[in-house]
Unconditional design. Structure first.
Length: 167
């Protein structure tokens, strides 16, 4: 073999072979919301929806999609509880607000199949909650007249606790 072929072969083999990485730390640390903070988030979002005249359900999930808080206003429909929880779970699972997921999962889009996965709710009203660049959970709201109204209540709740998230 001539020198250029040997060099090319060597380069390809270096690229194709994984480089051993440093050993991973066996202990993982992460940020998470306290139950009190999750409850504050849910309460403030519920209060914002009430100000607008909406009867809703509000769910807050942790970074793993487990429900931390569920609040349902007394006249919110029975479907709002699983829908709010599904929106929050969907947002944290896909690390994307559900309104954004609506656009990229339309029929004919490459990600359209996401809508068919069990438990996924692709409707506006699910928003991720971040603290110092880390996802720590999500909020889902159901019952306002449209995803944009659900989003507005969720945003209001997040803004209200933002100082605690950034601390």
């Amino acid at each position: 073999m001539d020198r250029p072929k040997i060099m090319a072969l060597l380069l390809v083999s270096l690229i194709a072979c994984p480089v051993p990485s440093a050993a991973q730390d066996p202990i993982v640390t992460y940020r998470s919301m306290s139950p009190e903070l999750a409850l504050d988030l849910a309460r403030t979002a519920l209060t914002e929806c009430r100000k607008q005249g909406y009867q809703v359900a509000v769910a807050v999930v942790d970074r793993f999609g487990n429900t931390q808080v569920m609040l349902r206003d007394r006249f919110a429909g029975p479907h709002t509880v699983p829908t709010a929880t599904g929106k929050a779970w969907t947002a944290i699972t896909f690390r994307t607000n559900t309104t954004e997921l609506q656009a990229i999962t339309q029929p004919g889009m490459p990600q359209a199949g996401v809508r068919d996965l069990p438990g996924v709710v692709v409707l506006g009203g699910g928003m991720v909650v971040e603290s110092k660049g880390s996802l720590i959970g999500a909020i889902g709201i159901s019952g306002a007249p449209g995803g944009d109204a659900d989003d507005a209540c969720a945003k209001a709740g997040i803004v209200t606790i933002q100082d605690k998230l950034d601390f």
